[in-house]
Design a protein around this ligand. Structure first.
Ligand code: SAH
Length: 254
């Protein structure tokens, strides 16, 4: 077993990732500069890193641990229970384990499920938060997530299973949230847009599509809810979609 020395003075005194422990670590949305020092310390200490599909190479190159891919392959999801079992097995084998997730582990990242399974298996676990895609997309597109003049609330929504959003709650969320931020919203955007218009959202509301946020390939496209279908097919994944008056200051800076 390698011994871990955090020789960077910035990281000295940081918590120790002990053998047999698992840390769920947020890698942020792409820009390596958005990694936290805790995340860097975790990567430096790990024996094995299970990483998701959206983690860029320059973040993976910060660790000398064994890298295990735990993301999507050719449109297929690795089964969640398989990943969780691998984490448990690696910890039981005495490894220092990092589960590296895009953005924040507890925002649409299934970190909650992994944490619960680790607890149930008696494996000590720690969560290192990361900059979530919404924050990265907002900052790098200069869209305030809250703004005194526009919105005092922001809602993070998953568009992954849009059909589950069609209940009563969706009516309230869809109509009343001043700024909606959609994760995994590209595929079902046509249905989501229609539903938003049906519950009474105004077609003139600003919309921003932000692809590959915080990376050198970031693209931000501004439109309105009414006109958004014409640009939607050109937007590439991964993308964050922001809908609401809160997008306005980015379009017309004061
Ligand atoms: N836990 C992650 C979200 C995982 S869900 C987080 O906190 O950010 C995956 C979705 O996140 C993608 O479908 C996309 O909507 C969004 N996403 C992740 N990285 C992104 C990026 N760099 N740019 C735009 N959207 C991103």
């Amino acid at each position: 077993m390698k011994s871990v020395v955090l020789d960077d003075p910035l990281l000295s005194g940081f918590p120790t990732l002990f053998p047999g422990h698992v840390w769920l670590v947020g890698a942020g949305p792409g820009d390596v500069g958005l990694l936290t020092l805790h995340a860097l310390s975790a990567l430096r200490q790990a024996d094995v890193v299970y990483y998701d599909g959206l983690i860029p190479q320059d973040i993976l190159s910060l660790t000398s641990a064994t890298l295990m891919y735990a993301g999507k392959k050719a449109g297929e999801s690795c089964r969640q229970d398989r990943i969780t079992q691998d984490l448990i097995d690696a910890a039981r084998a005495g490894h220092r384990v990092v589960r590296l997730k895009g953005g924040d582990p507890l925002i649409f990242g299934r970190g909650g499920e992994e944490m619960r399974a680790l607890h149930a298996a008696g494996i000590p676990c720690r969560i290192i938060p990361g900059v979530t895609a919404a924050q990265g997309a907002a900052a790098y597109s200069q869209i305030p997530l809250t703004h005194r003049d526009y919105n005092s609330a922001v809602t993070f929504l998953s568009g992954h299973q849009a059909e589950t959003l069609y209940g009563e709650a969706w009516h309230d969320i869809g109509l009343r949230s001043p700024l909606l931020v959609l994760y995994m919203g590209l595929k079902n955007f046509d249905k989501i847009r229609l539903r938003l218009l049906e519950v009474g959202r105004c077609p003139s509301q600003p919309v921003a599509f932000i692809s590959a946020a915080t990376t050198p390939h970031q693209e931000t496209v501004f439109t309105t809810l009414g006109e958004s279908l014409s640009v939607w097919p050109t937007i590439t994944s991964p993308a964050i979609i922001m809908i609401g008056q809160g997008v306005e200051p980015a379009i017309r800076p004061r």
